[in-house]
Design a protein around this ligand. Sequence first.
Ligand SMILES: Cc1cc2nc3c(=O)[nH]c(=O)nc-3n(C[C@H](O)[C@H](O)[C@H](O)COP(=O)(O)O)c2cc1C
Length: 254
Amino acid sequence: MDLLTAIHQRRSHRGDFESKPICQEHLDQLIEAARWAPSPFNVQPWKLLIISDSESKNAISDLTELAIIEQFKDARFLDDNSRWIRFSEEEWMGERDGILLSDHLKLPPPFDRDPTKVKPILKNAGFLSFLGHLKAGKIPAKEISAQVRNSPVLILIVMDHQRRPPGGGGQRWMWLGMGAMIQNLLLTAAMLEIGVQFVSAPIERAEDRKSLGKVVNMPSSCEVISLLRIGYAKQVVQKSVRLDPSEFVCYESF
Ligand SMILES: Cc1cc2nc3c(=O)[nH]c(=O)nc-3n(C[C@H](O)[C@H](O)[C@H](O)COP(=O)(O)O)c2cc1C
């Protein structure tokens, strides 16, 4: 597969995975791709923790569940999210950004038939935090945490502050290196037909990142950056949208 095909075919995989484990040869290829990413001063600030053991997966799944329940109580979080939610494919294709609600939440009837009906309710979602306090987050929390638990492999992506490059911008440069490393991994996964999903819920809040670190005995110089769940995809996901180049590319001057 050539590079541009892998770039176009890479999609976030939100469905279930085949139950078979990722073979070592494929894991080695993902690691090799990550290894050769660029980083400032070649500091290579990353660590990858590959998790396939059920005990750790269960603990991370439990943390994910709790984090989502808490997020649904947080008015600001709900408001921030609602800006980027698209309620129908038509709206999504028109805006060419944001996420399609039905890809992320199974809506109860009658909203499942026409998700645009929840748009007026969710457009200012902050006031719905009272539902979160009534544990409304439990339904998506159960669903997503089960996906985490049932994934053949989780990859915890960690940044090691001991490998900080020199200069005032050190931390920012490290983050750029981390992004490049993750993209190498994602594109290689796409090439190998391995599905990947970012699971950001247990990464959002500092206390959850700390708990995650504890579960896996993370050294104190390290910071949790991201959690990926990976597996062989049951079905190929094709849908996504992007801005037109005319909306983000300028020539010579802004
Ligand atoms: C830093 C980061 C965090 C993300 N967090 C999540 C997440 O928690 N759950 C999820 O389903 N997708 C997550 N995504 C995936 C994006 O939603 C996705 O890349 C975007 O909607 C474009 O879709 P595509 O990847 O299928 O092209 C994340 C992506 C990035 C880069």
